[in-house]
Structure formats: C-alpha cells, structure tokens
Write a protein that binds this ligand. Structure first.
Ligand SMILES: O=C1O[C@H](COP(=O)(O)O)[C@@H](O)[C@H](O)[C@H]1O
Length: 253
C-alpha cells in the first residue's frame, strides 16, 4: 500500500517535499557519488523553485553539482515558451544554483519521434550498464483526469513495454506534442514521490488510491497514475488537505 502524507497547506507540503529531496540527495551522494532526479512540470516548478534552495542549504552533502537531472516529460515547444518544462526549470530553479547539476534536456527542435529517440539515448548513456535505468527519485504530478507525466487516460502509450521514452502528438492537454517517460522506466525507479494540491484533484486522488490498493488487479487500472507501482522501489503521496478531502480517513503529515 502507498504511503500517504497530508499537509494543512500547499506551503507546508512544499517544505516537506523539498526536505525529502534534499535528504534523498545527501543519502544518494554519500552512498554512490551522485543523485539522479527526475522532475515533472506544471505546479511542481514554482513549488520547487521556492522551497528547494533553502532546504538544500540546511542539508549537508545535498549540493546540486553532484546531481543528474532529467525531465519526466517535456512539452515540445521552444525552451523560451511559457509551456516548456525545461525552460521553466532553467529560469526558475536551476538559475538559483551556484554550481549547476548535469541536465539531460529534451531537444524540442527535433520532431517528436527523433526527440524521444535522442532523449532515450542520452538516458542510456547516463546510466551505463543499467537496464532499465533506476532513478534515485522521480517527482511526479497528477492532473484532475489522473494523467501523470504525459501519460493520459485511454492513450495507447499506457501499453508501452519496450521503450523508456516515448512521444505523443495528440495530448488532450495542450500543447499536443510531448515526450514522456514510460511506465517501465517510471516503475523501475528507487523512489517515486507523487504530489497533488487543490480541490480539483480530490475526486481523482480517491480513485487512484483505491485502484493502487488492489493487490492483484484483473485489469490494469484505468487511471494512469494508478499504474505507478514501483517494482522494488518506494511510492509516497504528498497531498494538501484539499486534494485529500475525499479520502475516507485522511492520514496526517
Ligand atoms: O501536463 C502536465 O501535467 C502534469 C500535472 O500538472 P499539475 O500542474 O496539475 O501539477 C505534470 O506533472 C506534467 O509534468 C505536465 O507535463
């Protein structure tokens, strides 16, 4: 069963999220020399930009210069476009680091298929000998429809078994052209942290947690985020009170 923490406000959730990232970074660097982190876009960007720098200052050994950062999905728009996840992280978060991490960028100037192929190649090079690569930590969001990364309900990409990275040109949420990590890569991670805030997410959070709790489902759960079941890693949800409003017995922080 997934671990679920509920916070009184998005601010308190953000502080706890940043602390968890800083602690995971220090632990990974101490044991393996580097910290591999996957970032999602949307509401996570401003949250991390505000909370992560101070949290890193408080945890020794968590310096970003020892990190490898990748994006869990990317919208195929120019980096300066307001919808670019990489562009948003570059201007809002990475620009705050004195010594930046190594970053795997999705090359949005390429067509979708070529951008996905190039990004998968970058990933494989960054994790030599690991099949599939196992990120230390992936930070994931979830939309009100239950999508996570750019994996949308009912989309054929949910069936992908072979590629680590795939692309779509028909995202129901604009912009339509995107590159995304696939379920085999996501579920290989050592740790997944799912973050959701706001009342618009409450109904889907209830559905996801119910679907995730099924031990051996007959069918793969229809909601994409409910298919996050790390093979041997940890999965933890961070919710604010509004997103957790429909849970029967909301847990505490
Ligand atoms: O389109 C996307 O949506 C999800 C959820 O975003 P949020 O703003 O509702 O948190 C996000 O995780 C993903 O990276 C993004 O491309």
């Amino acid at each position: 069963m997934a671990a679920v923490s509920v916070f009184p406000s998005p601010g308190e959730l953000g502080a706890a999220l940043a602390r968890s990232v800083a602690e995971a970074a220090a632990e990974a660097v101490a044991s393996g020399g580097r910290f591999t982190l996957g970032l999602s876009g949307g509401s996570l960007v401003p949250l991390l930009a505000r909370e992560l720098p101070p949290a890193l200052s408080a945890v020794a050994g968590s310096e970003p210069s020892r990190w490898l950062v990748a994006f869990c999905d990317e919208r195929l728009v120019p980096p300066e476009h307001p919808e670019s996840t990489g562009g948003a992280y570059r201007s809002q978060l990475l620009s705050q680091f004195a010594a930046p991490p190594q970053v795997l960028w999705v090359r949005s100037e390429l067509g979708p298929a070529e951008a996905a192929r190039d990004y998968e190649e970058q990933l494989r090079k960054a994790f030599p000998g690991e099949e599939p690569p196992r990120f230390d930590l992936l930070l994931l969001g979830v939309g009100p429809d239950g999508h996570t990364c750019s994996l949308f309900p009912g989309h054929a990409l949910l069936q992908e078994q072979n590629s680590l990275i795939s692309f779509l040109e028909d995202s129901p949420k604009p912009p339509p052209r995107r590159v995304t990590m696939t379920l085999p890569l996501l579920n290989a991670a050592k740790s997944l942290l799912l973050v959701a805030t706001g009342a618009s997410k409450a109904p889907v959070i209830k559905r996801i947690l119910e679907q995730q709790e099924q031990q051996e489902p007959q069918e793969p759960p229809p909601v994409p985020a409910a298919r996050l079941r790390p093979r041997s890693g940890r999965l933890r949800w961070l919710l604010d009170r509004e997103a957790a409003a429909e849970l029967r017995e909301p847990p505490g922080p």
